[in-house]
Structure formats: C-alpha cells, structure tokens
Design a protein around this ligand. Structure first.
Ligand code: PEP
Ligand code: MN
Length: 360
C-alpha cells in the first residue's frame, strides 16, 4: 500500500500517518521524499482500511497494491490447492464433476436422478434440500428433516459424496449430522458475512458460488471470509476453513436470451489470481439444456477444474429448473469433458505458459 501525501503536508502529518499504521495495524512504513512525500506500508497491508487512512490530515490518496483477499490470493500461496471431498480430489490436476437434480422433490425423483448422475460418471452428487428461489410461490424444497433423509438415501444408494446448499444457519448442524460432504453457498448468499463467518468455524469443504452482482475481488473476499477466520478486530483466530472451492455461474447483464452472462475469460483469470480450485456451472449460467453441453466444454477448455450441473431423471416434470437439466446425455458430457481436460493438461493459464504433466 502506498500513501501519497498532499503537497505541503507537514512532517508532523507524515509522522502521524506512520504512527497510526504502527498503532492500529502493527505495520512499519518507509518514506520517499521528493516534491511530495510518499509513504510505503511494509508487510501484509490487506488488513489496512484505506478509507480510514485517507481521512487523516495531509493525505492526498491511498493506493492499494496487494489485494484485500489475502488468504484466497495466489500472491501468498503459489501452488494450486487440492481439496479432499470424502476421498474425491478437487483442484490441481484433477477434473471433478458435481451433478444431480436441482432440488430434491420426492424420494423417487431424487433416487432416479441420483442413479442417472452416478451412471453418467459424476464424482459428487447434488442433494439439494433447501432451495433459494426468487419468488416465494416457487418450489422451495421439502420439509428439512424429510429432505435430509432423502439426501442420505441418495448418498447410500450411489456411494457418492453429496453437496447441498445451506441457506439458513439454523440448519447447519442438521446438514453436518446428515453427512453432507460439501456445503454450497449460493449466488444469493455469496456476500452474507454471518453465513461465511460461521462456515469458517467448521471442517466441511465449501463450494462458494459467484454472486451474480459481484466482481472478482468481492467474490475472492467472500472466500477469504471463510478461509481467514479473522475476528472483528482483524486478529487471527484458531478458526479458518481453507477448503473452499470457487464456482463461477455468470452474472446479471442486459442480455435476456440467456439466464445469466458467463464471461469465459473469468476462468483463466481467476486461476491466475487464486490458488483455490475453480469449477463452473453451465446450467445456472445458461439456463437452457440446449446450451449446457457446449458451455460445459468451454469452461473445461478455459481451465476450470470441473463443473457442477443439473441432471434430472425427468426434466419435463421437474418442480425446479427442469429447463436447464440434462438427462441421459449427461454421460456423454462427462466423457467429453474428461477428454478435453486430458488434451489440454499441458497448457498453462496464460498464453505461452506450460504446466507439468498432471500427476496420476
Ligand atoms: C444451485 O446451484 O442450485 C443454485 C441455485 O445456483 P446459484 O446459487 O448459482 O443460483
Ligand atoms: Mn437450479
């Protein structure tokens, strides 16, 4: 972080800024004096509130060099993070497929869809009990206990780990007790800090969706909330959940022909900015089964570590998002994604960059 002092700032004002940074954040500074004075903050300046510093007398402007999302940033953690989801690896050289019905509607529908997803070759099964819907009149899931019972049955039937979205903090313990292997934070909750803080205190891996009104930095800051476990005074605590999987799913734009707008260049960009595993959701971004397959291939070619997509045994009868769920073609999609992934394994995230052959 660099603090540019205004022309005519006094040496007392300069010293006051330096003292405040030492007192409030324990960080040291260095100054360069030419026509004006420039103060450089040494060390990890992610904790410094630039708003507060820019209010001090004599300060012209504060320029941040390092990002605010330290724990999620590749600057401080060069290697790809690989996360273990009940024996399934996510990130690094691995391609991981998350799939299943958008929502649990009934035991029959959930088990049929779960079997279809397993046959297609998914690694982690969607078992969504609570649904966050835009309108209160849309299907929002079964009663919690019944939903979790079916989620458990899906897991037992397929032998696959399950992912489920947590909307209500009061349901967290029930999710953990039911053996949910990955907890998803949906696009609508992606910046809800009480939820993120609570998830920093548990040991279960998290999928963090990209909020559809957030930019990259806000998304990675949300990941850092879960990972850092810092308290309100900015002090490190014993908590912090470093098992965060990012999931890109497109943002709102003026385009109404697709459900959301997915910017494919976000995939290699986020891979260079963050060490976390990054997957993408071609169902919720495109909103249309006819588009899902090609979009899925695009995400993998762009460098995603996997996808999460909707698979339904009978999309025409689905109570939630049937239009974007694929059926039997899921198997072909998974197979082709694995081919694309293997073919591009030696290509780096930036043009001209190469990577080592993937570990077996
Ligand atoms: C979902 O994955 O079921 C979902 C609702 O996605 P999003 O939070 O990205 O809208
Ligand atoms: Mn859905």
């Amino acid at each position: 972080m660099i603090i540019h002092m205004a022309e005519g700032a006094t040496s007392d004002q300069v010293q006051h800024v330096i003292d405040r940074i030492m007192r409030d954040y324990g960080l040291r500074c260095e100054t360069i004096v030419s026509d004006t004075t420039v103060i450089g903050v040494k060390g990890i300046a992610a904790i410094v509130d630039e708003g507060r510093i820019s209010e001090l007398p004599g300060v012209d402007r504060v320029i941040r060099i390092t990002e605010k999302f330290k724990d999620a940033s590749r600057t401080f953690h060069h290697e790809d993070t690989v996360i273990d989801v009940s024996g399934v690896r996510v990130g690094g050289p691995h391609l991981t497929v998350f799939g299943g019905p958008c929502a649990i509607e009934s035991e029959q529908q959930a088990l049929d869809s779960a079997r279809m997803a397993r046959e297609a070759g998914v690694d982690v099964l969607r078992a969504f009990v609570d649904k966050s819907r835009t309108s209160p009149y849309d299907y929002r899931g079964l009663e919690l206990r019944r939903g979790l019972e079916i989620a458990r049955a899906m897991k037992a039937e397929t032998g696959l780990p399950i992912v489920s979205e947590l909307i209500d903090l009061r349901h967290l313990q029930a999710f953990v007790d039911a053996g949910v292997d990955v907890i998803q934070v949906g696009a609508r909750s992606a910046q809800y800090s009480p939820l993120l803080e609570e998830l920093s205190r548990i040991n279960v891996p998290i999928i963090l969706k990209h909020g559809f009104g957030n930019d990259m930095s806000e998304w990675l800051c949300a990941a850092a909330y879960i990972m850092s476990g810092v308290d309100r005074e900015g002090r490190a605590t014993a908590h912090g959940n470093t098992s965060v999987i990012l999931c890109y799913r497109g943002i709102k734009s003026f385009e109404s022909e697709t459900r959301f707008s997915a910017d494919i260049s976000m995939i290699p960009l986020v891979r260079t900015k963050s060490h976390l595993p990054l997957i993408a959701d071609p169902s919720h971004s495109s909103g249309d089964r006819k588009l899902v397959e090609r979009v899925a291939y695009g995400f993998i070619a762009a460098g995603a570590h996997g996808i999460e997509f909707d698979i339904h045994s009978n999309p025409a009868e689905a109570l939630c998002d049937g239009k974007q769920a694929v059926g039997r073609e899921a198997g072909r999609i998974v197979e082709n994604m694995r081919r694309i992934h293997a073919m591009l394994a030696g290509v780096g995230m930036e043009s001209g960059a190469t990577v080592m052959a993937p570990a077996k």
